[in-house]
Design a protein around this ligand. Sequence first.
Ligand SMILES: [Zn+2]
Ligand SMILES: [Zn+2]
Length: 165
Amino acid sequence: MRITPRSHEIKNVVDILEDPTFDGPEALAKAVIKEVGDMLQMRDLFVMVHTWADGTKGLNFGPFGAPAEAETFAKKMSFGGTGRVVPLTSSGIALANTEGKENWPGYCYAEGCGHAPWSHAIDGASRGGCRLEVCNCNRFVKDDPAKKAKKTTAKRGVAKGVNEL
Ligand SMILES: [Zn+2]
Ligand SMILES: [Zn+2]
């Protein structure tokens, strides 16, 4: 399965790699594999549904990261019959919409929340506190606070450089 890593995925893996509390490289590897598995479940993937030339049901191949990857695979294998690329709806996203997902774009970044935007009350033009009883979030946080902090530091650095000239 060919995929393009996304910035939030890279960040979450880096967080694991830089976590000093892991007990050796095996524990670290295990955590990375679990995290990546979890990430793949958050993607809409594709399968190639195959029908033999005589019209009988063939095999379903996948998952693939993109329709083009499925098509390239089918060309390489040349099974005969016909193939159709079918999108798989991400079960991870469906679950996250119900249960929430912490530290993931599209879900609330408030600590301990991670719920979908529509779980939060409307507060003027923005979103207020999370309406779920189990949650103490009092304001929807759209952007990753860790990312924002980094950006601000970088900007300050540039401004400082200009002043020094
Ligand atoms: Zn919440
Ligand atoms: Zn929230």
